[in-house]
Design a protein around this ligand. Structure first.
Ligand code: PGA
Length: 241
């Protein structure tokens, strides 16, 4: 199965910069055999989708509204995102939880909204590697998967908060059991085994040992996706291992 490499560009790059970045990526990754997705800010999704139209590179958002439409100032709905060509949505990133108070309940609503427009939800789970991590992951899965459509795919991303943007990624022996429990418990709830990604300081060097972990279906990448050459290298290494 091809591995995922999802670029979370966060609040970086203007629309002009995204266009330049996308054209390079499109050229560099023409033959790359990974499942690549790029998630810029909302304002660049439309432009990026046009550039990536006839490529295998997917386009996604970093967030999505929890409500369908109406008086929700500043929000962007699933329907609006679908209309400009968004194919997936990162939901419940730890920065959203920390700075904007997103709870599991909100994450659940956002998954339902994404599914209503056939946008693939890439759901981030909080994982700190503490003693109660199994129970914590199961609780989160119970909460965020309430009432979801089990016929539609959902991808999960495990991101230890201390590894995000710090240059320190988690050791395989610590990630592996968390991926296993996420897969098996999500299977129990959904009826299928979902793809589970790892995120937290993944770059073209740190990815090498993590690639040995067969259960890991790919990566959610922040810092290393900002530079087009580094991101290209990371995608190629992932595809070739
Ligand atoms: P990082 O970010 O690669 O900079 O650690 C990952 C993320 O926030 O998804």
């Amino acid at each position: 199965m091809k591995k995922w490499v999802i670029a979370n560009l966060k609040m970086n790059k203007t629309n002009t910069e995204i266009c330049e970045y996308a054209l390079s990526l499109k050229k560099n990754l023409k033959k790359c055999d990974a499942r690549i997705a790029v998630c810029p800010s909302f304002v660049s999704i439309s432009e990026l989708a046009k550039i990536m139209k006839k490529t295998k590179i997917l386009v996604g958002s970093q967030n999505i509204a929890a409500n369908e439409q109406g008086a929700y100032t500043g929000e962007v709905s699933a329907k609006m995102l679908k209309d400009v060509g968004s194919q997936l949505a990162i939901i419940g990133h730890s920065e959203r939880r920390r700075y904007y108070g997103e709870t599991d309940e909100i994450v659940n609503k956002k998954i339902l909204m994404a599914q209503s427009q056939d946008i693939l939800p890439v759901v981030c789970l909080v994982y700190d590697g503490g003693d109660s991590y199994q129970e914590d992951l199961k609780n989160q899965l119970n909460n965020v998967l309430q009432g979801v459509d089990k016929q539609k795919p959902i991808v999960f991303a495990l991101e230890p908060v201390w590894a995000i943007g710090t240059g320190k990624s988690m050791a395989n022996e610590d990630i592996e059991p968390a991926i296993d429990i996420t897969k098996s418990y999500a299977k129990h709830l959904l009826g299928y085994e979902p793809d589970v990604l790892y995120g937290g300081s993944v770059n073209s060097v740190s990815v090498v040992p993590i690639l040995r972990m067969k259960q890991c279906d790919g990566f959610l990448v922040g810092t290393a996706c900002k530079d087009v050459l580094e991101f290209t290298k990371l995608c190629e290494i992932t595809a070739n291992n």
